[in-house]
Each structure stands twice: as structure tokens, then as C-alpha cells.
Design a protein around this ligand. Sequence first.
Ligand SMILES: [Ca+2]
Ligand SMILES: [Ca+2]
Length: 310
Amino acid sequence: MTFTGLQLLDSGGGVRQSFTFDPPKSIDLLQLQGQQSTFLVEGEAVPVGVYDQVRLIIDTANASCNNLTGDYASYITIDGTDYPLIVPSGGASGLKVMGPITVAQGGTASYTVDFDLRKSIAERGATGCYNLRPVLRVVDNAQVGTLAGTVDAGLLQQAGCTADPVTGAGAAVYVYSGSGVVPDDVDGAFPEPLTSALLAPKDDGSGDFGYAVGFLLAGDYTAALTCQAGDDTAEASENIAFSGTTDVAIAAGQTTTRDFTLGAQPTASPAPTASPEPTASPAPTASPEPTASPEPTETPEPTATPASTS
Ligand SMILES: [Ca+2]
Ligand SMILES: [Ca+2]
């Protein structure tokens, strides 16, 4: 994806702050998994206030289904071939991300825009080009935590599993808002995953996989593993099987672990590692950062920090 700018809008829909990227910023969203992110806007001062919406302005150069010539500003690569990614009105009004984003007087604001590509991309018929539908959320980086864990290799070797048992491609951990959710595929009907995480082979020789879901607002979620994620299209309902469905509470600033193991409920390791510090005084001293700016990034990525500082 190539971004040419970012705007902050007030409740009336007016643009209160606008950033133009010159040159435009090209970001490979697939490289930004788990807790990874990149900055769109960083270290900028913005007016104090509450912003209702962020708009990401997309470079739409060559973005036409009738112009399959390559060299697109925003594209998707499938089996080595680049196809244009069409973002309807992305160059004009931009991708809209609902806030709010709050910038306090004398404070710093740091926000991340999460792209869930699983829900965002749909092929336009059989035209060989793709629509990017704006399934985006923005979170306050001060209020988010991470869900992470291990997936037993054996779970990708079971009957019905269509994922690659070596690379983990085609498997994913889906995360739903709220506890006790019965997992369902992406089909436009409730329940829908809030986000999802790919699996990556662990480098410990075990053959097992690791996963991480970053930028989850503190709260209750349901997580489930599927080794049929590769069969889940955004446009249709498929009969996707899930295993190891588990409730999980995410705490800000902490990583909570859920491992998916063979034959058992996923172990829950409750541990948001947090350190028990007794004392803790909330220091009012705080860092001096003045203002904030939101940064959007892709996929799991977060966004902006508004520090106005240099
Ligand atoms: Ca589906
Ligand atoms: Ca659904």
C-alpha cells in the first residue's frame, strides 16, 4: 500500500489537521504481523482535542482493473504476480478510520491503525484485480496488550486441515470481541473476528508454531485456532472448523499467553506478566511530550505518535 497523506477530522467531518507524505510512503502490510508496526506520522505537534476520524489517503496511481500493466502504487502479490489493489475513493476521501483520538494538552498521543487484511481484500469477480475494503480500527497504544502463544505442530496434521503443516500457511488464530463467542468465519455475519494472526514456525526445532496478536484493547476476547483459514474468503460463508476455543482477558501493556495444544483445551496461561509492583507511584511527572499525532500503519500496526517534539 502506498499512502500519500493522513488527515484528522473533527466531529463535524472537517479536516483539522492534514499531513502530506512527500514522497508517498509505501508499506508492505504483510510484513507487519503481530506486534510489528511502522510510523506514518511521528513526532508531530497537533492541536489539542478529540478527533473523530482518521483518513488515510491512498496513492491510486495506475489503480485500474483495465490497466493490468504492473507498476501499481498499491498492489497485492499472488504467486509472484502483482495485481492492482483498488481502494474505492481511497485517493479522494481516503480510507476512513473511526476514532476517537484524544490529544490532551501537554500530552502525547500514540495510536495504531490495524489492517485486518483477511477481511479487507476481495477479488473483483474474475478480473484479476482486487478491492481493498476498509476494515480498519484505530487503538490507543497506551491501552493495548498482546495475545501470543504456541500452536502444537500436530494440530496442523489433523484430518480436514488444509494448512501447510511445515510453514503454517493457511492456519490462523482468530480473535473475537467478548468472551464465550462461538467462532465463525469471515462472511459479513456475526460473529466476525476482530482480527487474526498468522502462524510462524518456531526456530527451536520443535516444528511448532508461534503466533502473536498485537494492539488489542484491554478487555475480554475469545480466541480460536483454525487450520482452514486459507479457505476463508471475505465474501462468502465457508464451513471453517475451529479448535481450542478459549476466552482470554487482555490487559494493557501486557502479553497474555494462550497455547494451542493437541487434544486439550488450550492452556491458558494466565499470565499477563505484569509485574507486581507495590509501590508504584504514578508519577505525574511524566514525560513531556506535547502533542500527538496519530499514526496509522498497517496491519498490526500502530500508529501515530504525536509527539511534537523534535
Ligand atoms: Ca468466509
Ligand atoms: Ca461470521
